[in-house]
Design a protein around this ligand. Sequence first.
Ligand code: NDP
Length: 509
Amino acid sequence: MATTIAPKRDDLLRGLRQSGGVCLMFIDGAFSAASDGGTRKLINPSSGEVSAVVAEGTKEDAERAIRAARQAFDSGPWSDTHAQDRAKLLFKLADKIDEHFTDLSRLETLNNGKPVRETEYDVTDAANCFRYYAGLATKPHGETFDVPAPSQTFVVREPIGVCGQIIPWNYPLLMGAWKLAPALAAGNVCILKPSELTPLTALLLATLIEEIGFPKNVVQIVLGTGPVVGQHLAQSPLVDKIAFTGGTKTGRAIMLASTGNLKKVTLELGGKSPNVVFADADFDTAVDYALFGIYANSGQVCSAGSRLIVEESLHDKLVSKIVERAGKIRVGDGFDPETEMGPIVSRAHQEKVEAYIALGKQEGATLACGGGRLPGELGEKGNFIMPTVFTNTRRDMRIVQEEIFGPVLVVQTFKDEAEAIAIANDTIYGLAGAVFTNDIAKAHRVIRKLRAGITWINTYHPTYNEAPWGGYKQSGSGRELGTYGYDSYTEVKQINVNLDVAPSGWFSD
Ligand code: NDP
């Protein structure tokens, strides 16, 4: 193994506001400890060592942030600022992220474990997300309608208000950008709650936001667990919108908790996405993207291509190549420059993935490769699972139906186009899907039949700030990114103007 390029832990944490070695959250314009002094130790998923200690926010901390946000929105200057001024701040934030590119990517690797080459990509993508929405803020958002004279009707978009934004641990900084950028561009105020497992890059982002000089309480970062802090944000009558990315079960709980004041809810949830490969596909491209689709970020991706649905005649050749290539993937510490696939985010999640692997064997699927932990000392300390492939599966198996969220590919087969589509749509999810074929008409026919919000032809995973992201069925509700993401942070107001100012005469004088 090559020498690790891990910077010293203390150097990485230097950019964060700390008190007595505890990284602080950002509430009411100040970096604060938890109301009860509670803390949490974060664990480096590659080494099992403590990477940082952070404040563990409470319900009281969440409430303090909510009240500060409410006041900032109702009487602060932010929602009345000109879009140009909001754009300027967002452009500055994008530039600051670029300036802190190395710190942010290394901090993300320390916290989440993913390889530096992935975290570098995430940081660039996050900066570009802020830049995209900075540009969009000043573009036209209204509409006018020709209605019967003497009226003129037009529509303006206005901010929703206080937005609670609950994000997961698989793309901590990037998910923060996806949530904050459109919301701020549209003039909302935000309370961001990172996952309790991976809050470090959000805390560095808070210091950048403070440095740039965003008005007070336009962005607050509250730490703490989902069931305490996340739940309180979802329940609070003072919060106008919740935007959530995470598991489907949690999404359901958030939707229920939000009913009290019927707040707007956007949910980006799980998936069990089909990657359909026809026998006429470009073989090397299909192999390459099958691997990338499932093993990028160790399979901890909502849109992962976790079901490979392959035409029967190609099955043996495709699977044997995938198994051969999966066996060569270099699994290791995210700071090792040779690492291609990092650890699972936590020991608890590793055990959940392992339980699914055991279940797959019990259900009678064939383990074609992987299935175990990384051998050796690193594998003992960190949460590593080797790239895994199951063949000989049935549609009703739980490993085929449920989201595993790890490096586990299940292979299914089909005889013809109709069966491929039926299998592809046969789960409760509908987030993403892909088709590989050299027959472009067939590719389009199949894609149009997929019940999924994000689809690819002859590729897997590319994601663009410009295009909408979100799912059909139980993969979510609403869309993020692009103009759709901006719209989801706005209320639509109809304005009717009487161009002939005179009494209507409806009632007699
Ligand atoms: P969760 O969905 O529970 O966590 C995502 C975010 O929601 C975190 O910030 C979490 O906080 C918060 N949260 C948890 N419970 C509540 C609640 N009751 N009210 C409000 N917020 C809450 O994901 P898990 O980490 O438990 O993973 C479970 C499964 O979800 C995974 O195995 C995977 O299948 C799926 N998942 C999907 C993701 C996606 O991108 N679609 C991302 C992550 C997970 P905290 O972590 O601090 O408790």
